[in-house]
Each structure stands twice: as C-alpha cells, then as structure tokens.
Design a protein around this ligand. Structure first.
Ligand code: MN
Ligand code: MN
Length: 308
C-alpha cells in the first residue's frame, strides 16, 4: 500500500500521538482553568498533572503501541498475544493507567481469560483510545473482521455495550477516512448508525465541556470538535480546550482527523515537538501494520473464531 492511504494512515497514528501529547497538559482541567492558565492551549509544552517532558505521550499512545506490537509479533489478531502485551505494558510502569484497564489486566493475570465479564462500570474510553492498530492491520479485510478485532482487543479490559459500540464506530470512521471518505460520509455511515442504536451518543445540542472518561461524554466532545472544524489543528485545539479527559479526547480526535486530513495537515511544530522515539515508533508501526493488512491469511485465527 502506498500513496494516499499510507499518508492518511500515518496521519492517524501521528495524529493520535500529537493529540495525546497536546491534551495531556490540560487533562483534568476545566475550560475556565485552561483559559486562566494558557489562554487558548495550542502548543505541545508537557507539564500537566503528570508533569510530562515536552513531547511526551501517555497511555493512549503507549497502549496503542503495545497492541500494535502484539499484532505484528504474533502475525495476526491473537487475543492472548494482545493481553500479554497489555500485561507487559503495565509491568513497565506506564506514566498513567486507567482504573478499568488496570482491573482488566489483573483479571487476565489471575484467570488467563482474554475477555472480562460484562460490567456496568466498563463504559470508559480505554478500549477506544487504543484501537488504531487493528484498523491499520485489517484495511483490506471485511468490515466484520475489523469489528470482531475491536471486541477482541477491547474486552480484554472493557466489556460493555457502549464501549463496544463507540470503539467500533471510531474504528470504522478511521478506516473509511483512510480509504478516502470525507466527513459527510462518516456522519451518514458509522456515526448515524451509532446514535440510532445508542441515542445517548447524540452530539448535536449542548456543547460537551469537561468531558469525562465515560465513552459517551468523550465521543460527544470528539464528534462536536471534528464536525464543527475543517482542519486538523482547529479540531485538536477545539477538543483539548474543553478540558476533562483531554489527552484521550485529543488522541481519539487526532486519529480520526489525522486520517481524514492526512499527515501533511498536522502542524510541523507539533510533529517537531513530539518525542523522536515516539515519532519513529508510530511511523514504523503504521507502515508494518498496513503492509500486514495485505498479507494473505494473516488473520486466520479471528476468521475461525467466527467474529464473536
Ligand atoms: Mn492518557
Ligand atoms: Mn486520559
């Protein structure tokens, strides 16, 4: 795969990382606090409650890299390889980790099960924020296989219908954008389908500010910022200045907008600010995962599992 799809795939992974790095500075702040401290927050400066170095990323990006690494190392979509990679990622002491992610990984370590039991509290955004690698690895596969892969990786830590639905929607949006669809196609397709099945995701109306880690709040903020702007920079500035779970809204908006507008629309100053090791890792992984999606038979295990 080369040319435009590759440029948009790179845009998605780079967009995820810069959105995470940009948003982390203002995570858990209210819009009013951001305004007082930064005016409009629009530069990658590190800091924040995690006291990050300039250009450092957080769990949103590093869990994605762990998942992508597992897909590449196992040569396909293998739930146990994914769960092991998440477990190793937690052992490596990430700078931040969500409560649901931690509980899911501990459940896996105790039981060996790669799907946590259905849980009312599992509707956080943690499965959605890390979904990009399975999108890149299945671009040439049927959409059903992508959705099965979303559940496979997601339910290792998050087992809730709203997490499943929101994650599948975002994954489908990124896939369609990489394949050349525009914003209107994304609204008419996966976004309409999501709000029809789960009306709580309806995003028109009251402005979603200070979004929590609940997938519904997160995606309403992301959809508003994405569909009310027309370039990568404005989308990301809009979403992170809403505060709340800003590194994760930044990461999710960044992967969709990066796919939609392409790598070339990501501001050069943001790319330059990103930790060079992260830049190198996301670039290499994008190319390898997109290459894999063309490989005959690479996802045989998931096919056999019947997409459940
Ligand atoms: Mn984070
Ligand atoms: Mn977050």
């Amino acid at each position: 795969m080369s040319g435009e799809p590759q440029q948009r795939g790179l845009g998605a992974y780079l967009g995820l990382a810069v959105g995470d790095a940009l948003g982390a500075t203002v995570e858990f702040m209210t819009p009013r606090e951001i305004q007082a401290a930064h005016g409009v927050h629009r530069r990658i400066t590190g800091g924040g409650w995690l006291n990050l170095r300039v250009g450092a990323v957080t769990d949103d990006t590093t869990m994605s890299l762990a998942l992508g690494g597992a897909v590449l190392a196992s040569g396909g979509l293998d739930g146990r390889a994914m769960a092991e990679a998440f477990s190793q990622w937690m052992r490596d002491r990430p700078v931040d980790i969500g409560h649901t992610v931690r509980r899911g990984i501990i459940h896996y370590r105790r039981t060996g099960e790669i799907e946590t039991p259905l849980n009312d509290n599992d509707a956080g955004n943690g499965a959605c924020m890390r979904v990009l690698p399975v999108v890149l690895a299945t671009l040439d596969q049927p959409l059903d296989m992508l959705h099965a892969a979303c559940r496979l990786q997601g339910r290792i830590t998050h087992h809730h219908p709203l997490s499943d639905a929101g994650t599948a929607c975002v994954a489908t949006m990124v896939r369609m954008a990489i394949q050349g669809c525009d914003a209107a196609d994304l609204i008419q397709g996966p976004v309409e389908a999501l709000v029809t099945a789960h009306p709580e995701f309806r995003f028109r109306g009251r402005r979603e500010e200070n979004p929590s880690g609940f997938i519904v709040h997160t995606l309403r903020a992301v959809f508003q910022a994405l569909f009310d702007t027309d370039c990568f920079e404005n989308c990301l500035v809009d979403v992170v200045n809403r505060g709340g779970d800003a590194d994760t809204t930044g990461a999710i908006a960044g992967m969709i907008a990066g796919a939609l507008y392409g790598e070339s629309d990501i501001p050069a100053s943001w790319r330059r600010a990103l930790d060079p090791r992260v830049l190198e890792a996301v670039t290499a992984q994008t190319l390898d995962l997109m290459e894999m999606s063309l490989m005959e038979g690479s996802h045989r295990d998931l096919e056999r599992a019947g997409g459940s």
